[in-house]
Write a new protein. Structure first.
Length: 181
């Protein structure tokens, strides 16, 4: 105890250290909550980026399949309503010799199974000839967004990359890749 402080003063100052510790704990707790919030936001943004990267990879996959079978490009066209029904015709080109059209259908079935099979949540595709180009195709991959852009206000502010011609629910995100086979 400081010899200059009287006993009465010491009694009045009792508990000041405890208050300082409590204030410090509140400040540290708020800082840790802020860090946790940043971590959650970062994970959400990473999930969004992963979906976009996967969609781009799938679009490039079908582009390569189209390039390897230019004799049946029209067979790759697929334009249906989002999350409609699709039944694969069942042609197995690994077990039998196929025509170019059958190979295109087989390629599309294998690719679409990846799109629908969990690669993208609620994944769907749209492959159509590009407007204004005789030999280009627009491959649009769609999925239900579960990351950063699920927030409706953010989606409106950031804009949508979905083609205006497609009627889609608000939570659907798109990536369109133009392919020149």
């Amino acid at each position: 105890m400081n010899p200059r402080i009287s006993l009465a003063q010491a009694r009045r100052m009792r508990g000041v250290t405890l208050i300082e510790v409590l204030v410090t704990m509140v400040i540290v707790a708020v800082g840790l909550l802020g860090l946790a919030g940043m971590q959650v936001r970062g994970l959400s943004i990473q999930k969004d980026a992963h979906g976009r990267a996967l969609a781009t990879q799938l679009a490039l996959d079908i582009a390569d399949r189209m390039r390897s079978n230019t004799g049946a490009l029209a067979s790759y066209q697929f334009a249906t309503a989002f999350a409609g029904t699709y039944t694969a015709p069942g042609v197995d080109c690994l077990a039998a010799v196929c025509t170019a059209t059958q190979q295109a259908q087989y390629d599309f079935d294998q690719w679409f199974a990846r799109v629908r099979g969990g690669a993208l949540p609620g994944g769907w595709a749209n492959i159509v000839p590009a407007l204004g180009s005789a030999n280009a195709w627009d491959v649009t991959l769609m999925w239900v967004e579960t990351g950063f852009r699920t927030n409706g206000t953010l989606r409106t502010a950031l804009g949508s990359s979905c083609p205006a011609a497609l009627v889609l629910p608000q939570e659907v995100e798109c990536v369109t890749v133009r392919v020149w086979p």
